[in-house]
Design a protein around this ligand. Sequence first.
Ligand SMILES: Cc1cc2nc3c(=O)[nH]c(=O)nc-3n(C[C@H](O)[C@H](O)[C@H](O)COP(=O)(O)OP(=O)(O)OC[C@H]3O[C@@H](n4cnc5c(N)ncnc54)[C@H](O)[C@@H]3O)c2cc1C
Ligand code: SF4
Ligand code: SF4
Ligand code: SF4
Length: 402
Amino acid sequence: MAGNVHSTGYDHPWSCTQCGVCAAVCPTGAIHQQPRRHGYVYPVVDAGKCNNCGLCVQCCPGPRVVEQEERFPSPAEERRLYGPFETAFLAHASDEQLRWRGSSGGVVTALLVHLLQSGAIKGAIVTDAGGDRCLPRTFVATTVDEILGATGSKYCLTSIGQAVRALAEMPEGQYAAVGLPCQIQGLWKAEQQLKWLREKIGLRIALFCAGTRDTRYRSALVARMGLREEDLAEFSFRGDGWPGSISARTAAGSAVRLESADKWVRQQFDISARIPPRCLLCDDPLGAFADIAVGDPWKLGCEGDRAGQSLAVLRTPRGNEAFARAEQCGSLATSRELGKSEVAVSQEGILWRRYYSGGRIKLAALWSPVWREARKGMPAPRMVDLLKAARILAVRVIGPGQ
Ligand SMILES: Cc1cc2nc3c(=O)[nH]c(=O)nc-3n(C[C@H](O)[C@H](O)[C@H](O)COP(=O)(O)OP(=O)(O)OC[C@H]3O[C@@H](n4cnc5c(N)ncnc54)[C@H](O)[C@@H]3O)c2cc1C
Ligand code: SF4
Ligand code: SF4
Ligand code: SF4
């Protein structure tokens, strides 16, 4: 498709995931990510530098939902819902300290450390809290310490683009990439277009995702802790067992902790106005474009297990192989294998969200030609879902905190 992400409308807040892949792949450097309020970072195209090659549009995960059908040619509804699925496990890092520090069971970090130490990868795209005021920063880690430093989920906007661009300059060899499903989808699309990237990415790991948050969520947490963001030396959204706690430390040494399960924290997390608009239309919460997708083991009898477990869906042969090797070498321990029905029980909320994303997308199509195109081929929405979608979208547009 000719045109760029601006002329096609892909850069609109309702379509753009802010992944930054367009800026990373543009051969003329015509795109940069422009920071806005509350941590939003949308692309800006310099029309004078653009030659209309269309590469940014081809790599954009924004509104091209129908393209998922190209990846999952099976018409079976089940396959459409889960994405590629070889098997799934409840698992955890064998290193008990890492398991305790991980978001759920530390599986992602344990796997990356194993791959690096065994020489299977030269590095990995990860997200640590090393940005300004301890906000997230996505980069290519090449040491075990850097990978360990990125342990834990960051419920805050971040782009994968700069790390993808940095990969071009990195030594030959294979690299892993960890990201949210939209970021992994952008990476997958870019790999289809760019041979050098396809050759460098050895493993894609996605985190399950029901939506990220803008910086107002983090600001509210820090204020509740009685701290100032400019004084932070460390900030962590997860860790310290499962489901874990939120912790911060200032340069002066004050340390404060909030429980993730605390009612006030949950309320702050649920404020719709802090959810990026595109997340409300997301139809890939389970990371269908990854080799391995990992999430929390909700409703799987892990409630009393404070040490933590991760739910890992192995989607492709190379995902399966990497996971099995890490287990054989003792980096990972699996507790038990899970069938699709157990994954469905655990992730019921986001599976329904995926199934009925058509309702929200249909509403978005009323005002967006980009989404009008994308909704073709999606399951018809139920009336109840249209009503729910209308409520969510109304809260996002006119709700508190805008
Ligand atoms: C914004 C967000 C929303 C999520 N929503 C859900 C959900 O609805 N349901 C669910 O079951 N699970 C969700 N998860 C996934 C879950 O929180 C854990 O990340 C997952 O279970 C893996 O845990 P782990 O202990 O194996 O990973 P760890 O060993 O703790 O490693 C985490 C890895 O994630 C990477 N990472 C952290 N934050 C980000 C980020 N913002 N963007 C890109 N990469 C990042 C780090 O680089 C690190 O390598 C979400 C995660 C995030 C970041
Ligand atoms: S030069 Fe190509 S990749 Fe860059 S903005 Fe223009 S269309 Fe997009
Ligand atoms: S590639 Fe990513 S950042 Fe660029 S327009 Fe698409 S979704 Fe937005
Ligand atoms: S819900 Fe998650 S995967 Fe979907 S667009 Fe938002 S951040 Fe990306």
